[in-house]
Design a protein around this ligand. Structure first.
Ligand code: HDE
Length: 755
């Protein structure tokens, strides 16, 4: 136990929900929370950064989120009170006229408690209802003054606190994490010149080009209104009906059907600002910018079959993963990148940068790394922070500005508008998680739940009675870029918006063979669930404009004998793209840093296994992985060397919740495992989902018993299926780490699967 506690920075309240760690704290003992003023919120730690070096960060005025601490409450050693602070003597019984008599109306304690409870729920977000969030900071690599006067990019090493919320889009608040969907990646930067919200997704393009289509899109994707089915899934008629009639969605559909839409973790997905924004310098020069988040851990996804099963085994899979990573001290890290380009460059592109269904290929404009973000603190209270946080595409700061992307224009309106209902009035900026670290002074007053006590008789400007305060910032304040305007007032789109397929084809061409197979499989799955043959036909007709091999494979998967004619194109002339393939669009382009931090590794155990397995367990812990002894029942198993405590059971944590598997040696133990249906299933699924499997000594019998053609693979065709003798366990570790770092071993994948 001590060893374990020493190996992982340990928070007794939250981490290590399984195994030995769960014996902390002793039963009946309360653990005092850490003092936020000492550790949690003040960013005094020195984390070495390859770009700005190590040492004390330059904190400036805005490096912490202490303002939040003002409202953090901790009830340790406190008396129970009403909301008016009146001590409550009895929290078990309501006030009655005699023990068997009626309850009394005057019982203000009962009434206050029930009334508050009755109003605990607020409306969920109309999209992105399901989310998980974390605190952290952003650190700038170098001054970007030549591009922007935004204060958070002013100098190397400057830190700005952030709050990040990851989300799915379509599902309701209690829906599963691992559904096929885009993921939200929204970051609130509490800069010293006000809050900037970079409200992005993990896919760099969107379904539609104009905000006026957003309600239609969402209505089509959400559960069908007559019977509210299906939950958190686009695999139904109304969604595919809509998108097949909206060819501008083709590019996004390619991304959505790729493994991007089933990430392994929030820690292993990219983020994108999607819309084109502007950077503005102090001198008023402007350039366009596209924002990118790049996860340090690499970009990894789940297998679709696995994702479906995780939805049942652990619907909180991503939420738990983010939480545990932070509690364990394996802080998720992302690099912020910018594609910066001029208006003149943009005019030369074969596509329109105001069209949110298009990317700017990195071959045209490279991504410049400008800083990194570390998520190092979990929220204290899900509702107060994660649920009440209000992101808004309109929240920008001096040095940034919008482009004329018509989708962005709608977003600028929508977020504040929706918060008015969701958070009950115009003062939601005062909710601690939303309030800026920068000071707020204006003449806005009153409204529901006003917290600020504004002093004085003046709430207008200009004024003389308050000396003109608060006064305008003038040149130091936010200034919109004075973009020259021309043209008629019209409802319509520029010509380049009508090219719906070139970049969908670019995406397809940039995928590896494995990724292409997965995309075909996803289309097949989703469209198989569509009941109307006409919609399936229309989709295949649309895909013919992307790539004929894609369309043919999907058609074959749907049992179509003949291909329908391609959908007529909106743009009659051909577009010559600058590049026909862009390697950065493949998930495999970003393999991570070779580490195995936070990878969950199952070690199957039963009475009679070879006890030397504990060496391997220690080795994996040393790499900050999460090895677990998985047995049939809790308690201990007797190995050849001594007892091992079972951490979790086959039933409580099935195969899909692990990234890798160890099958130990020891004939008696292996024979026992081979008699367990769940153990055989466990092995099969690890194999089917292409996960690394380390087999020791006699353990090969379990592999054989599970129906895997072991001899065929022993020839070395499968880099993820390793066999070592028990005494060779030291050598096994290095090879196993390498195999785990590679995440998946797709060379074994077949469609349909072999087991
Ligand atoms: Fe959003 N979006 N959106 N969206 N969006 C919302 O705001 C909207 C779009 C994104 O964790 C809502 O507070 C419109 C693109 C994220 O709290 C709402 C349009 C992108 C989140 C809204 C879009 C996003 C939201 C619902 C088309 C990627 C979750 C609740 C014009 C760049 C933020 C809320 C969080 C949430 C409107 C399209 C990202 C209704 C009208 C494109 C990450 O206001």
């Amino acid at each position: 136990t001590d060893e374990l506690a020493a190996a992982i920075p340990y928070n007794a309240n939250k981490a290590g929900e399984h195994g030995e760690a769960s014996t902390f704290p002793e039963e009946g003992q309360t653990v005092a929370p850490s003092d936020p003023f000492v550790t949690g919120s003040t960013l005094t730690e020195t984390v070495a950064s390859p770009k700005v070096g190590s040492g004390e960060p330059r904190l400036r005025f805005n490096a912490g989120n202490e303002p939040l601490d003002r409202v953090r409450a901790d009830s340790s050693n406190q008396t129970l009170t009403t909301n008016q602070g009146v001590p409550v003597g009895d929290n078990q019984n309501s006030l009655k006229a005699g023990y068997r008599g009626p309850a009394l109306l005057e019982d203000f304690i009962l009434r206050e408690k029930i009334t508050h409870f009755d109003h605990e729920r607020i409306p969920e977000r109309v999209v992105h209802a399901r989310g998980s969030a974390a605190h952290g900071y952003f650190e700038c690599y170098e001054s970007l003054a030549q591009y922007t006067c935004a204060s958070l990019f002013a100098e190397a090493g400057k830190r700005t606190p952030v709050f990040v919320r990851f989300s799915t889009v379509i599902g309701e608040r209690g829906s599963a994490d691992t559904v096929r969907d885009a993921r939200g990646f929204a970051t609130k930067f509490y800069t010293d010149e006000g809050n900037w919200d970079l409200v992005g997704n993990n896919i760099p393009v969107f379904f539609i080009q104009d905000a006026i289509k957003f309600p239609d899109l969402v209505h089509a994707a959400k559960p069908e209104p007559h019977f509210a089915v299906p939950q958190a899934s686009t695999a139904h008629d109304t969604f595919w009906d809509f998108v097949s009639l909206m060819p501008e969605s083709t590019h996004m559909l390619m991304w959505l059907m790729s493994d991007r839409a089933i990430p392994r973790s929030f820690r292993t997905m990219q983020g994108f600002g999607v819309n084109t924004f502007r950077l503005v310098t102090a001198a008023g020069e402007s350039r366009f910018v596209k924002f990118h988040w790049q996860p340090l851990a690499g970009t990894y996804s789940l297998d679709w079959d696995e994702a479906v099963k995780i939805s049942g085994a652990d619907p909180d899979f991503h939420r738990r993963d983010l939480w545990e990573a932070i509690e364990c001290g394996a802080y998720p890290e992302y690099e912020l990148g910018m594609q910066i380009f001029t208006e003149e460059q943009a005019e030369q592109f074969s596509f329109d940068v105001l069209d949110a269904t298009k990317i700017v290929p990195e071959e045209l404009v490279p991504v410049k790394a400008v800083g990194r973000m570390i998520l190092n603190r979990n929220p204290d209270n899900f509702f107060a922070e994660t649920e009440q946080v209000a992101f808004c595409a309109a929240h920008i700061v001096p040095g940034l500005d919008f482009s004329n992307d018509p989708l962005l224009a709608g977003r600028i309106h929508s977020y504040v508008d929706t918060q008015l209902t969701r958070l009950g009035g115009p003062n939601f900026h005062e909710i601690p998680i939303n309030s800026p670290v920068a000071q707020v002074h204006n003449n806005q007053r009153d409204g529901m739940h006003r917290q600020t006590i504004n002093r004085g008789r003046v709430s207008y400007e200009p004024n003389s009675l308050a000396g003109g305060c608060p006064f305008q910032a003038g040149a130091a304040g936010f200034r919109s870029f004075p973009e020259p305007m021309k043209g008629d007032k019209v409802r319509g789109k520029p010509e380049r918006f009508a090219d719906h397929y070139t970049q969908a084809t670019l995406f397809w061409n940039s995928q590896s063979a494995v990724e292409k197979v997965h995309i075909i499989r996803a289309f097949r799955f989703e469209l198989t669930r569509v009941q109307s043959p006409a919609i399936r036909q229309r989709m295949v007709a649309m895909l013919e404009n992307v790539a004929s091999d894609l369309a043919e494979s999907v058609a074959r998967g749907l049992g179509m004998d003949t291909l329908p004619p391609p959908l007529p194109k909106a743009l009659k002339k051909d577009v010559t793209p600058e590049v026909s393939s862009s390697p950065a669009l493949s998930l495999f382009a970003r393999p991570g840093d070779g580490g195995i931090r936070m990878r969950r590794i199952a070690i199957l155990v039963a009475d009679g296994i070879d006890g030397r397995i504990t060496t391997l367990h220690a080795g994996l812990l040393g790499e900050q992985a999460v090895p677990r002894f998985v047995g049939a029942r809790l308690g201990s198993v007797q190995t050849t060397e001594g007892k091992i405590q079972v951490d979790v059971t086959l039933e409580a944590m099935p195969s899909v919740l692990f990234d890798a598997l160890v099958v130990p040696g020891g004939s008696e133990g292996v024979e026992a495992l081979a008699r367990l249906g769940q153990a055989l299933e466990f092995v099969k699924e690890q194999y089917r989902h292409c996960k690394p499997i380390l087999v020791l000594g006699y353990g090969r019998k379990l592999i054989e018993a599970s129906g895997i053609r072991w001899t065929l693979r022993a020839g070395g065709q499968d880099s993820g299926l390793l066999h070592f003798e028990d005494e060779d366990i030291g050598n096994a570790l290095d090879r196993f780490i390498e195999a785990i770092a590679a995440h998946r071993h797709f060379e074994r994948e077949t469609d349909p699967p072999p087991v």
